[in-house]
Design a protein around this ligand. Structure first.
Ligand SMILES: Nc1ncnc2c1ncn2[C@@H]1O[C@H](COP(=O)(O)OP(=O)(O)OP(=O)(O)O)[C@@H](O)[C@H]1O
Ligand SMILES: [Mg+2]
Length: 172
């Protein structure tokens, strides 16, 4: 089974990926690490302090692999059997990322990206012939999120219809 987990930083991709990988006995790929280690990038963006992914190289790396979990901001560009989009209330994103000592600007940028559903929109606009589930992690433990993904794998429909713009308390 090919599972990709995407979402704004702080939605819990790595945490949930680890749990799921143990439960399913499937190899886990952390994409930021992989992209750096295998050179799957076009350039280093100094301003963003991040590598710019080369989507062709990324897809090439996963070509032929039938059993994996890949988690990261660009996971939804990898063909898979199940795409998991993790969401979380913007102010919760800020709380979860605070221990990382990100700049105020970076915290705001991530909260805003989540508020505007940047990644969820990207997934919607780049359909890859893949089942997509959306999970709101705000009031769920990582274990509960992993459990929901397992249920989705068994065929259950999992779709949290979140819209932080509609929700006044979603402002930070
Ligand atoms: N469902 C959850 N409930 C509460 N805390 C969580 C949950 N999921 C993750 N966290 C916590 O939030 C923080 C960020 O989680 P994690 O590193 O898994 O996010 P990420 O999506 O992988 O972020 P990035 O894109 O930056 O790698 C961690 O401290 C983690 O323990
Ligand atoms: Mg991570």
């Amino acid at each position: 089974m090919r599972i990709v987990i995407t979402g704004t930083p702080g939605t819990g991709k790595s945490t949930v990926g680890e749990i799921l990988s143990k439960r399913l006995g499937a190899p886990l790929y952390n994409l930021s690490k992989l992209i750096k280690e295998k050179g799957l990038y076009t350039e280093f963006d100094e301003k963003r302090d991040a590598y710019v992914v080369d989507v062709d190289k990324l897809r090439e790396f996963f070509k032929g692999k039938e059993n994996f979990i890949a988690e990261g901001l660009v996971a939804h560009f990898i063909p898979a059997d199940l795409t998991v989009v993790l969401r979380a209330r913007p102010e919760v994103i800020v709380e979860r990322l605070k221990p990382r000592r990100y700049s105020e600007e970076k915290l705001k940028e991530n909260a805003e990206a989540e508020r505007l559903a940047v990644i969820a929109t990207e997934v919607f606009e780049n359909p890859l012939d893949c089942r997509v589930v959306h999970i709101d992690t705000t009031d769920r433990t990582p274990e509960e999120v992993a459990e929901l993904i397992e249920r989705a794998l068994k065929g259950e429909e999992v779709f949290d219809d979140v819209d932080w713009l509609e929700d006044e308390t979603g402002c930070y």
